[in-house]
Design a protein around this ligand. Structure first.
Ligand code: SF4
Length: 355
């Protein structure tokens, strides 16, 4: 398929999904349509995408403004030769999702890290494949999709564990599932009386906002249990007019939105960009929730920002934006034991002046 934002099917989320760019030929054609000459070495590109697949929706490609690694969208989504440089401290599973010693993965589709909530992974498919993904070892691999039996086992586990109050649908990206599959999962969870909350982690509002259809919004809004949508925007260029409008149609139905960003070198590692990102999210009624320190995933050294710099950026933002626009800066522990808040030591400063 050629890249054509005027295609009449452009606003159909399934068309966006079905026509995503997955190979070098398509990428070359799209670059050509955008008036750019591609300069990828086919051998190296093949090696890169064998290591970790490529996936770009036409919509997300249309957000690229400059066709090189200085562009924040390009940098997040186009494979880079830097990915072949694996550093000794980098890991395939950087937050120990699969560490049996932690007992955190009782089932193929379920991660139980905190007592009162579980992650349910109904699909490993994503609309795009972010180059920094902490689950790059499994995303896109159909072997990791949940079967009906896997989901049944997950519902049984959740029913048996009355301490579980929240189920977080993640993956992969749960909103890549069709309405019928998603609706079945949500209804099965709705039937579990001790569950209080459902959360859906999704990058679709940033990479294929047409997925936020009125029909799916209606299904979610009609549930008795609250369903929070946790989106993933990393740069103000992702907060397009259409993304804001689509989110607003669900917000008007009473569906609340949070956002988790990843701090990424060359994408959002400046106070000005983070300010625009967080203020832009608040303007479209999405609460910035977490800013993640990028995990130690293999081949992502060129995208990581030192924690010291992250703390400096947060310090600069303090007072620059309203407190409710400032997310928690967190690090996922490599041993699978959850998140650590990364904070500047303000209390020490106060203490010294008061002593
Ligand atoms: S959408 Fe999320 S899970 Fe999928 S590749 Fe991007 S970061 Fe990974």
């Amino acid at each position: 398929m050629n890249f054509d934002p005027n295609d009449p099917r452009w606003t159909d989320w399934k068309w966006q999904h079905a026509n995503s760019c997955k190979d070098l030929d398509t990428l070359n054609r799209w670059m050509d349509s955008a008036g750019q000459s591609a300069s990828f070495d086919p051998g190296q590109f093949n090696e890169l995408t064998t290591n970790y697949r490529m996936g770009i929706t036409p919509y997300y490609f249309s957000l690229i403004q400059q066709f090189n690694a200085s562009d924040p969208i390009y940098r997040q989504i186009i494979p880079s030769s830097h990915e072949l440089m694996i550093q000794p401290e980098e890991l395939k599973d950087p937050i120990s999702d699969e560490n049996p010693a932690r007992g955190s993965r009782p089932l193929k589709t379920l991660i139980h890290r905190y007592p009162n909530r579980v992650l349910l992974l109904p699909t490993a498919q994503c609309a795009v494949y972010c180059r920094f993904c902490f689950r790059k070892r499994l995303v896109g691999d159909t072997a990791h999709n949940a079967s009906k039996e896997d989901l049944q086992a997950a519902y049984s586990y959740i029913k048996q564990h009355e301490e579980i109050e929240e189920v977080i649908l993640t993956g992969g990206d749960p909103l890549t599932l069709g309405d019928r599959s998603l609706s079945t999962i949500l209804k099965r969870l709705e039937e579990i009386s001790h569950l209080r909350l459902i959360r859906i982690h999704t990058r679709l509002p940033a990479v294929n906002p047409y997925r936020l259809t009125p029909e799916l919004g209606q299904t979610i809004a009609s549930l008795e249990k609250p369903v929070w949508i946790s989106t993933h925007f990393n740069h103000p260029h992702e907060i397009s007019t259409i993304a804001g409008q689509q989110i607003n149609t669900w917000v008007q139905r009473g569906i609340p939105f949070l956002n988790q960003s990843v701090l990424l070198q060359g994408v959002n590692d400046s106070a000005q960009v983070l300010k625009e990102l967080f203020m832009g999210l608040i303007e479209i009624k999405v609460k910035p929730y977490y800013l993640h320190q990028a995990d130690l995933v293999q081949g992502t050294g060129h995208l990581r920002v030192p924690v010291k710099k992250g703390l400096e950026l947060l310090r600069k933002l303090q007072g620059e934006i309203p407190g409710y626009a400032l997310p928690h800066y967190v690090l996922d522990r490599p041993d699978g034991m959850g998140k650590i808040p990364l904070q500047n030591q303000y209390y020490d400063t106060i203490k010294h002046t008061e002593d």
